[in-house]
Design a protein around this ligand. Structure first.
Ligand code: SF4
Length: 497
């Protein structure tokens, strides 16, 4: 990133920290600045590292344009990332692993843990991806924080400061922390996921900028987890029970210089006090944004508050293409809720109704897609502009549908084509490529060998054909084989181990 570009980003950003500690942590986000600045978790960790008086944590993002000989530098001071004592990486989504490789290359830090010397920065990975599958990251990370980082952040900082100059002692100390996976010490036995208590909430952002995908917003997470049990979702209540911040503590954080408040989380509209905080934000003259809405939680007042806060796209999730499939997913939502959402959006003069849907679910047929077409056209009669966001189903570990297979790419392409033709351009369709979803699937289900295959694919050019070739060398059930081997080791009689 050019110096002028960096200074311009900082000049337009509110909340930038000016850390001064002697232990340097470079906090990487493997996506461009506009995406990084829309991540609440990234901002929370940025503040948590800098809360330690001896740590100076600066951010680094994936450059928009990469040129020959470029060196990755931090945003705050422009120091080379490779000169930091530690690299902390926030990773949200499996295919972004290729951007991690790219950022490490630009930082001149060996991608493979086995090739890094103790004089090079240790790499610590965390983020939402760890709630689903951690093992493919094992060849690249010295340590991985599994699940919510908040419960372990202050102890993690102490360990980094204490063992900055001794890699062996560092790994030993990190391995003793709850929820911290150190592949060199733990092998493939990933510790249990950390789950933040309600007292860690609300989680509040640190920076805001007009250049963010969530422009000018102070991000606020008033609740975490979800009270529901959708069978495809890693945020379902059995894995991530609903935790809520008291109303007063959320109202207190609305007093921010940021012009807008972005309420984020897996199930924002399930927060008990969501209407009260929306009312307060609007009364304070703040714009509002909201990351997820359940159609059955909406009513006239709710949608009116969103509109008063400048919200113009009402986004809801149908998740399944038909009512029968919604039932099978235990979504607990009916078509009439979505039709009512469209009516409310039209009455409030929203400009767009966006509906997310998953395609390629187990047992899906052409008839389900036809029902989706018919239903979308019904929505279009109620609301002048409707867009469908279609994502291929990616089975995630530790969910009831975790063992499902990935619907063949050709079948998904054909169904998406059927959907596009059926909508006749009257409803917009934006779809995630089934090919890239397949890459996500392989990484979601794989182990360390799958991670290494992704690395080979990136080295070969990072095209789909490169991934197909590289993943072809690794069984699709690598992860299950590892789990089975571990179960056997745990349960076999002593003499057989
Ligand atoms: S899909 Fe939404 S409602 Fe269902 S469990 Fe996940 S977060 Fe909750």
């Amino acid at each position: 990133m050019l110096r002028e570009e960096r200074l311009d980003l900082l000049a337009r950003e509110g909340g930038t920290l000016n850390p001064s500690g002697s232990v340097r942590v470079a906090l990487l986000y493997p996506n461009p600045y506009s995406v990084a600045s829309a991540s609440l978790g990234y901002q929370v960790v940025y503040r948590a590292f800098n809360a330690h008086p001896e740590i100076a944590c600066e951010r680094a993002v994936l450059p928009d344009n990469i040129h020959d000989g470029q060196t990755l530098v931090t945003l705050e001071s422009g120091h080379p990332v490779g000169g930091a004592d530690f690299l902390a990486i926030s990773l949200a989504y499996e295919p972004d692993i290729a951007n991690v490789f790219e950022m490490l290359r630009l930082a001149r830090v060996p991608v493979l843990r086995s090739e890094r010397s103790p004089s090079e920065p240790a790499v610590i990975i965390g983020g939402p991806i760890t709630m689903s599958n951690t093992l493919p990251l094992a060849p690249f990370a010295d340590a991985i924080v599994v699940g919510d980082a908040e419960p372990v952040m202050s102890r993690l900082c102490e360990v980094l400061v204490e063992h900055v100059a001794n890699r062996g002692a560092l790994l030993e100390a990190l391995a003793s922390l709850p929820g911290v996976y150190v592949p060199e010490r733990h092998g493939d036995a990933v510790p249990d996921m950390l789950v933040s208590p309600a007292s860690d909430l609300p989680a509040v952002g640190q920076t805001w900028t007009p250049l963010s995908e969530l422009a000018d917003m102070m991000l606020v997470e008033a609740s975490r987890g979800c009270p529901r049990y959708c069978t495809f979702c890693v945020m379902r209540a059995s894995a991530q029970p609903m935790r809520e911040a008291p109303l007063e503590s959320v109202l207190a954080v609305l007093d921010t210089p940021a012009p807008r408040i972005g309420f984020v989380g897996a199930a924002v509209s399930e927060y008990t006090h969501i209407r009260a905080v929306l009312r307060a934000a609007v009364a304070a003259g703040k714009g509002v944004g909201i990351s997820s809405l359940r159609a059955d939680r909406l009513d006239e007042e709710f949608v009116h508050l969103l509109h008063a806060g400048g919200y113009r796209t009402l986004t809801v999730a149908s998740d399944a293409p038909s009512q029968a499939m919604r039932g099978r997913l235990k979504k607990g939502l009916r078509g009439r809720h979505l039709l009512e959402a469209a009516t409310l959006a039209a009455q409030a003069k929203m400009s767009l109704l966006k509906m997310y849907v998953i395609v390629g679910l187990p047992g899906e047929t052409d008839e389900d897609i036809d029902e989706l077409i018919e239903f979308s056209l019904e929505l279009r009669k109620l609301m002048p502009r409707v867009a469908l966001g279609a994502s291929p189903f990616v089975p995630k570990l530790h969910t009831p549908l975790g063992d499902a297979s990935f619907t063949p790419i050709a079948t998904q392409d054909r169904r998406l084509d059927r959907l596009r033709r059926g909508l006749q351009g009257r409803v917009e369709l934006r779809s995630v490529s089934p090919r890239w979803a397949w890459i996500e699937y392989r990484l979601s289900q794989g182990g360390p060998e799958t991670g290494l295959a992704a690395y080979r694919a990136w080295q070969a050019g990072g095209r789909f054909a490169d991934y197909r070739r590289a993943f072809g060398d690794v069984g699709v059930d690598e992860r299950r084989a590892l789990d089975a081997a571990r179960e056997h080791a745990l349960w076999a009689p002593a003499g057989m181990k």
